[in-house]
Design a protein around this ligand. Structure first.
Ligand code: C2E
Ligand code: MG
Ligand code: MG
Length: 707
């Protein structure tokens, strides 16, 4: 009995020693709390962790360490715990916020161990500092979230295939990328292959199996098909890991959605090669295509045709109606021109209103001629924009490889020269290149560059050609014909610079000058010689289309005091046939001023007799080409006769141009032609010469007429 007692005491002593040691050296805070919740002992760690010394804590209830708002709840929990202490396992751990001496809070993990001390149950409470662990956990969560977000933003998903179990793990982003629901879709390699676009499946499978076999990483770009059928382009990378014995353990990799990158690439490519407005290839790209086509043509010994297309009068539309309408017109026309071509033919926009067509290896000798005719036909169709009817035609220059050039630059510049030739032949036509065109193009270009200076210097003058009334054989008027007095070139005839001035718009100031000068001069002659002579002034298509002609003429008549009946404006058939409603309006306005209107070069255009009837005209001028052949070709005589009859039936005066012989004159007189003009009577003359003629009271003409 005694021995037992001793052993007990010893063991108690050992326990006490152990406890002291344990409490002293435990890295955690250890509190012993009695059944009333009072702290009966606390180890030195309390000071380190919470700032309270053990002396400060002993005697306090544990709620002393609980932050104020939680105290009541804590107390209740403590009571519950004490009622069923054995219901709690020793290793029960709770996350808890403890109050520190400095007022801050500290996250601790609490474990509670009830111990029986005689009759009383005491609770050994251990508090472990978990601030660091919590921080690390939070950090981990944050970086996981960041990784997810990064994967989402980069559209990169990651996957891992366990080669032993064949389990495949996909990151969230892979599910999102493949547009399948993680809740209902179980990833597997077969399931993955099923989502790959069928045409790409073989290649994807090959890439992976070869990478396994050769033990090298792989990368492949392929398409995935979404459940709704849309395609995405992805780039997939992967590699396999092996154990020490060389057995493959797992493959792991990434898959990235690069659809948007590919689209961007395509867009960039389009921007580099395409004209944004018409979506046709641009000049650079066309030149590349032409070079490649030339290489092929050389290799295969084939022919090639190049066309240079320039829209007629497009600049006017741009000037008058603005760029918005101009752009829409270009788009519309480019669309129509494109439709004229066969699949293999290429059309490009070189810039502005210039297009080019490339025809490789035309099967038929005349295939290009057919294309050009179709292009002209389509180009000349009216086009409606905002309910306005527009007429634009094309002029086309054509070169052929190998006949007209061996390289892209030569072919292009020759096609350009041919196009200019088409313009000078009256536009709305095509011309095949001929070597002399280059020379005329060069001359034309030098004219273009000098014309502006000529306008500001006023290097122009007017010659006048008398118009003779056949019935009485007297001069009834003159036609004003412009000349350019150039230092280098001498007297430049209008056929050389008027088309250039039309093209670059200088015809507008030039035309105003002609009108003003001719009216001043005619008024001068009228007062000087007291004769009722009139003046005919040529109008250009551009003036007619773009200027407020009615106001201009009104102003000039007012300024010069010329009687309106002494002014005749000459128009051409092509001016009348475009945009008929507007033409009718302008003509009516001009007519209302009291001036007269004549159609110049009649018979060379395509005027509709019906329109002719509806315009307020006064005269027709038979083109020189018909007059020249009088007394030589029966056909032309018939035409002249018909024009005269037609004009008279419409109550129009008839003027014959280019009368050079007495025979022509006699025939015209016989057919009842009203007036004539031509070298037979007089070439175009200077002001002084005309003055002299008017002074001599046209005796000369009278004698000639009677001869
Ligand atoms: P057009 O209005 O038909 O003028 C007649 C042209 O025929 C003039 O050429 C004249 O010199 C020429 N001619 C007259 N009689 C004969 C003849 O018997 N035989 C031959 N072979 N030719 C004759 P020009 O002066 O060289 O003018 C050429 C064209 O230039 C004019 O044709 C007209 O369309 C245009 N033009 C002349 N002046 C002006 C102008 O001030 N403004 C505009 N817009 N065009 C003008
Ligand atoms: Mg004329
Ligand atoms: Mg004429």
């Amino acid at each position: 009995m005694e021995g037992d007692m001793k052993r007990d005491t010893e063991s108690v002593q050992v326990d006490a020693l152990f406890w002291r040691h344990f409490l002293q050296h435990s890295p955690d805070v250890v509190l012993v709390v009695n059944s009333s919740g009072v702290i009966v002992s606390a180890n030195p760690q309390t000071e380190k962790l919470l700032g309270f010394s053990s002396a400060e804590l002993v005697g306090q209830t544990v709620e002393f360490l609980v932050p104020e708002p939680l105290r009541e709840a804590h107390q209740q929990l403590r009571h519950q715990f004490l009622q069923r202490p054995e219901g709690r396992r020793l290793d029960q751990k709770l996350d808890f916020a403890c109050r520190c001496r400095d007022g801050s809070q500290r996250h601790v993990e609490i474990s509670l161990a009830p111990v029986r001390m005689g009759d009383e149950v005491q609770i050994i409470t251990m508090l472990r500092d978990i601030a660091e662990r919590r921080q690390a956990q939070q950090q981990l969560q944050k970086s996981e979230a960041r990784l997810k977000e990064a994967q989402r933003m980069a559209r990169i998903g990651s996957w891992e295939l366990d080669l032993v179990s064949q389990d495949l793990h996909w990151s969230d982003e892979v599910f999102r990328l493949f547009e399948v629901n993680p809740a209902s879709f179980t990833p597997s390699y077969t399931a993955f292959l099923q989502l790959v676009y069928p045409d790409d499946r073989q290649a994807v499978n090959d890439a992976y199996t070869q990478s396994l076999a050769n033990r090298v990483p792989y990368q492949i770009e392929h398409r995935m098909q979404m459940p709704d059928g849309r395609l995405k382009i992805v780039v997939e990378q992967g590699k396999t890991f092996y154990d020490a014995s060389g057995t493959a353990l797992r493959s792991q990799g990434t898959i990235q959605d690069i659809t948007h990158l590919k689209e961007y690439e395509k867009r960039l490519d389009r921007q580099i090669t395409c004209d944004p407005l018409t979506e046709l290839p641009n000049r650079d790209h066309f030149q590349q295509q032409l070079n490649q086509a030339l290489e092929r043509a050389r290799e295969m010994g084939q022919r090639l045709t190049l066309m240079f297309i320039d829209l007629d009068n497009f600049k006017d539309i741009n000037d008058v109606h603005g760029h918005r309408i101009g752009d829409r017109l270009l788009k519309d026309i480019s669309e129509r021109l494109r439709k004229c071509l066969r699949d293999g033919d290429i059309i490009a926009r070189l810039g502005g209103d210039e297009f080019a067509v490339l025809i490789e290896a035309p099967a038929l000798e005349d295939y290009d001629r057919g294309v050009a005719e179709r292009l002209l036909l389509e180009g000349a169709k009216p086009c409606f924009i905002d309910q306005i009817e527009f007429f634009v035609s094309c002029s086309i220059g054509i070169t052929r490889y190998p006949a007209d050039g061996n390289d892209a630059d030569t072919l292009l510049s020759n096609a350009d020269a041919a196009m200019y030739n088409a313009k000078s032949e009256g536009k709305n036509c095509y011309c095949f290149y001929a070597s002399e065109m280059n020379q005329s193009l060069r001359r034309r270009m030098s004219i273009a560059s000098n014309l502006r200076r000529a306008v500001s210097n006023g290097d122009f003058l007017l010659h006048y050609q008398p118009r003779v009334e056949l019935k009485h054989g007297r001069i009834v008027g003159v036609e004003a014909l412009i000349r350019w007095q150039d230092g280098e070139r001498g007297l430049v005839p209008p056929v050389e610079f008027i088309p250039v001035a039309e093209e670059n718009g200088l015809i507008v100031p030039i035309g105003e000058w002609v009108l003003q000068t001719a009216c001043v001069q005619t008024q001068h002659w009228r007062t000087q010689f007291q004769r009722d002579i009139s003046v005919a002034v040529n109008l250009s298509a551009r003036q007619f289309r773009t200027c407020d002609l009615v106001s201009l003429v009104q102003q000039v008549l007012r300024d010069t005091c010329l009687h309106p009946c002494a002014l005749e404006l000459e128009l051409t058939e092509s001016m009348l046939m475009h945009d008929v409603k507007r033409v009718q309006l302008v003509l009516a306005g001009l007519r209302a001023l009291g001036i007269s209107l004549a159609v110049d070069d009649f018979g060379t255009g395509f005027s509709s007799l019906n329109y002719l009837k509806s315009f307020p005209l006064d005269a027709l001028k038979i083109d020189r080409s018909f007059v020249t052949d009088i007394a030589q070709g029966a056909n032309d005589e018939a035409i002249v006769r018909a024009i005269i009859a037609l004009a008279h039936s419409l109550n129009l005066r008839v003027v014959a141009e280019g009368v050079e012989t007495a025979e022509q004159m006699r025939y015209l007189l016989q057919q009842g032609c009203d007036e004539v003009q031509g070298y037979y009577f007089s070439r175009p003359q200077t002001v002084d010469q005309i003055s002299l003629m008017l002074q001599q009271q046209s005796v000369l003409e009278l004698t000639q007429l009677r001869a």
